[in-house]
Design a protein around this ligand. Structure first.
Ligand code: UDP
Ligand code: MG
Length: 319
């Protein structure tokens, strides 16, 4: 009987040191799981170092290794989509190259799908080891907020590390949105998902590619992409201030009629004006965020552009 194929999708951005380490770990897993076939697809997300060279080297040595190299950095979300679209496997897993998602969990994931009938097994980090205190704090708040305001289920501590059946991968690939937030997309497509908890580890080499501004943009992507509650909140703030101003007008009219006009109160007036202008700009900003996403969505730009793949390698043996 033909062995089932697992595609391992690995986004890489400036990860020349990690690729060989990752491949070494994966080789052990592939040996242990000899009853399935594997393909490893490295997505070089426009790296400036020798990431592509490392991927090319492995692709030449091992026919199970494939790669897709982008024309520039398009971001991890684009890299994951490219990997899912390129993968030929009956199952696909997405995994970070820094070994923070231990490949050793793959066997347990595969068994859960086989024996317990799940469509997907996803990993949830309980410790978030390897991240700073502030990052852990903001991540915790972010998950609390998004869980409250989004109708799509968002699991706290969810990683992008998961093993999925082909039908789920096809469903994800059918979602062609430009502004991608995979954790939301995974949840949106549904299917029976089992969550396994694990303690993620420190990066084996290199540094995190997500600084604070990048993480903030990622969080905004999640909120704007999977919730319209901020628009509702801005409308509610508007209604509240209208109501408040009616009361204030009534109080001023009564006060003037009873005690006569007085010109005092300028400083407080200015404060109120500044405050209300601030609120107005805040609400316009929220609307602007949604409009900006809509604007980008209507342009229908490609999510990523491929510069080369393993098929372009000279002397590549056809599999
Ligand atoms: N990554 C990518 N493109 C980017 C940023 C990151 O492909 O623009 C990859 C990176 O090489 C790694 C994975 O996404 O394999 C997770 O990145 P990182 O470890 O820096 O994120 P963190 O663990 O800090 O959340
Ligand atoms: Mg990492």
């Amino acid at each position: 009987m033909k062995k089932e194929l697992i595609s391992v999708v690995v986004p890489c951005f400036n990860e020349e040191e990690n690729i060989p380490l990752f491949y070494r770990e994966m080789t052990k897993v592939m040996e242990d799981m000899h009853y399935v076939s594997f393909e490893i697809i490295f997505i070089d997300d426009g790296s400036k170092d020798h990431t592509l060279l490392q991927a090319q080297k492995l692709a030449k040595e091992d026919s199970r290794v494939r790669y897709v190299s982008f024309s520039r950095n398009f971001g991890k979300e684009a890299a994951m989509l490219a990997g899912l679209e390129t993968a030929k496997g009956d199952y696909v897993t997405t995994m970070d190259v820094d070994l923070q998602d231990p490949p050793i969990l793959l066997e347990e994931m595969y068994r859960s799908i086989q024996e317990e009938g799940y469509d997907c097994v996803a990993a949830r980090s309980v410790s978030r080891r390897g991240y700073s205190f502030l990052r852990k704090l903001f991540t915790k708040w972010f998950y609390k907020i998004i869980a409250k305001i989004s109708s799509t289920e968002m699991v706290a501590g969810a990683r992008d590390f998961r093993l999925m059946k082909r039908k789920m991968v096809d469903a994800i690939c059918s979602m062609k949105e430009y502004n991608r937030y995979s954790k939301g997309i995974f949840s949106f497509v549904g299917f029976q998902t089992k969550w396994i908890e694990y303690e993620n580890t420190e990066r084996v080499a290199g540094t995190s590619k997500f600084n604070f501004p990048k993480l903030f943009a990622y969080a905004m992507e999640g909120i704007v992409g999977f919730s319209t509650t901020p628009l509702l909140i801005s409308a509610i703030i508007g209604i509240f201030f209208c109501f408040f101003s009616f009361i204030a007008i009534a109080v001023i009219i009564v006060k003037t009629l009873v005690w006569g006009d007085s010109v005092s109160g300028w400083p407080s007036m200015i404060c109120i004006m500044f405050f209300l202008c601030g609120i107005q700009l805040f609400c316009t900003g929220i609307m602007g965020e949604y409009m900006a996403k809509m604007y980008l969505e209507t342009k229908k730009r490609p999510i990523y552009i491929v510069a080369e793949t393993e098929e372009d390698l000279p002397g590549k043996i056809d599999k």
